[in-house]
Design a protein around this ligand. Structure first.
Ligand code: ATP
Ligand code: MG
Length: 424
């Protein structure tokens, strides 16, 4: 036999035994986002490489080490999207959606990053991204955070997540801060790892984002942004905090939260949890007013966030699995003999018409009563509905409880419908 070909490392199949978590999360998100007036858009998975280099920033982990980049058959450099903001903005500019407009958008889909795979970190993963354009904030900043907060409440994970908040001010204020940081880290050169020494030259703010535990102490003593903030940025940040206070949304200020992408300004935030080990950030975002001009458009204020769905699902499984709606069939229809098969087929379609919510599995491929009951049991169905020659002659069908006390009732077709209407 030939060797079996396996999936690419870090890229996972989502099998049917997990799919109810995905469908549940996606349906909650769909409803929630539309209740806040956000519109979905669907974007290509592949974009021109230049789009990501220009938007994410050349000196970032993503662009330097994580992108899946290849030349297509025409020799154009293309990249599997590592995140969605760039493509979303590209689409809005290309279709003229941003002209003097306010827009609330979201998208959903696979992202690709060549990272070391581990729990909560994959090479293909799913994000839902939410973006708001044309609003300078901070009211829209508050709305986005309130929306994510409501999501945690609905999913039953509110108690195990924490909101971390920071501001990165304006580009000018960031330059000032950059100088302070360079001076500070330069004095402690001998404590820096190679990665941070590189960043010191090229992108010193990113040292604050280092995941090396040996640097934690040095980083926590580093100068903070607040020393460089001017009145306007300070007012934005304070307004944001008082709005969150009004809504009763708790947060902690994390002066070293910088985020992995270069384009952020003013508000940045992350929702984190301690339940998932090192991969604790389930949602992250911030304001990126400068990005539209960087991509060739007129200036448009913008803010957004993205959340990693695998990590959210891990969290639901950890702390809120009992909230999950069941996804097992209600009825497994057992069909015995030729008459039972023929009548059962037609009855199953009548039941589906009468009860659109019904999840019914029709026994196909024959089998003895015993083997059909085995399949019924394995399917997880609540009831077996038994259609044999006798039942067809009497027009009374056996409805047997499979999970509890195994009672059987004999019911007419209408009585079966009435019973299921009440029960499912
Ligand atoms: P991290 O610090 O964990 O690497 P990040 O700052 O690179 O995250 P973002 O680019 O902000 O992440 O992406 C937003 C969210 O997408 C993250 O908070 C996380 O939930 C999820 N995410 C990012 N990278 C991965 C990955 N490789 N596998 C699974 N989820 C991911
Ligand atoms: Mg990362």
């Amino acid at each position: 036999m030939a060797d079996k070909i396996q999936a690419v490392r870090g890229m996972h199949d989502i099998l049917p035994d997990q799919i109810n978590y995905w469908q549940y999360l996606e349906s909650v998100l769909n409803r929630l986002l539309s209740s806040y007036g956000y519109l979905e858009l669907r974007l290509p998975i592949v974009e021109k490489t230049a789009l990501f280099k220009r938007s994410i920033g050349e000196v970032t982990d993503i662009v330097e080490k994580e992108m899946y980049t290849f030349d297509d058959r025409n020799g154009d450099s293309l990249t599997l999207r590592p995140e969605g903001t760039a493509g979303c903005l590209r689409a809005c500019l290309e279709h003229g959606l941003l002209h003097n407009q306010q827009l609330r958008l979201w998208y959903h889909g696979q992202m690709f990053r060549h990272e070391r795979p581990q729990k909560g970190r994959y090479r293909q993963f799913y994000q839902v991204g939410v973006e708001a354009y044309g609003m300078a904030g901070p009211d829209i900043d508050i709305e986005l955070i309130a929306l994510s907060h409501r999501l945690w409440q609905e999913l039953g994970v509110r108690d195990v997540v924490q909101l971390e908040l920071n501001t990165l001010g304006t580009a000018q204020e960031r330059l000032l801060y950059r100088d302070k940081l360079v001076t500070y880290f330069d004095q402690h050169r001998d404590h820096l790892d190679q990665d941070s020494l590189d960043r010191l030259e090229r992108n010193p703010l990113r040292i604050l984002d280092s995941k090396n535990p040996d640097l934690a102490e040095l980083i926590s003593a580093a100068p903070t942004f607040s020393e460089c903030l001017q009145d306007e940025s300070m007012a934005h940040f304070q307004h944001l905090q008082s709005g969150l206070g009004d809504l009763g949304i708790a947060y902690v200020l994390n002066p070293h939260l910088v985020r992995g992408l270069d384009y952020y300004c003013n508000t940045v935030f992350e929702w984190t949890t301690t339940q998932l080990g090192a991969q604790g950030t389930i949602c992250a975002g911030g304001r990126y007013d400068g990005l539209v001009t960087q991509l060739g458009g007129r200036p448009v204020p913008a803010i957004g966030f993205a959340m990693g769905l695998e990590r959210i699902i891990l969290l639901i499984q950890e702390v809120a699995a009992e909230q999950m709606p069941a996804n097992v069939p209600h009825v497994y229809m057992i069909r015995l003999g030729e008459m039972g098969e023929q009548f059962g087929l037609q009855l199953s379609e009548r039941l589906r018409s009468a009860l659109p919510e019904l999840r019914l599995i029709l026994n196909c491929g024959g089998g003895s009563a015993k083997s059909q009951f085995k399949r019924a049991d394995k399917s997880g169905a609540q009831f077996a509905l038994i259609i044999g020659e006798d039942e067809v002659n009497k027009l009374e069908f056996g409805l047997k409880t499979l999970r509890k006390d195994q009672q059987q009732q004999n019911l007419s077709e209408q009585a079966v419908i009435d019973f299921l209407k009440q029960t499912i």
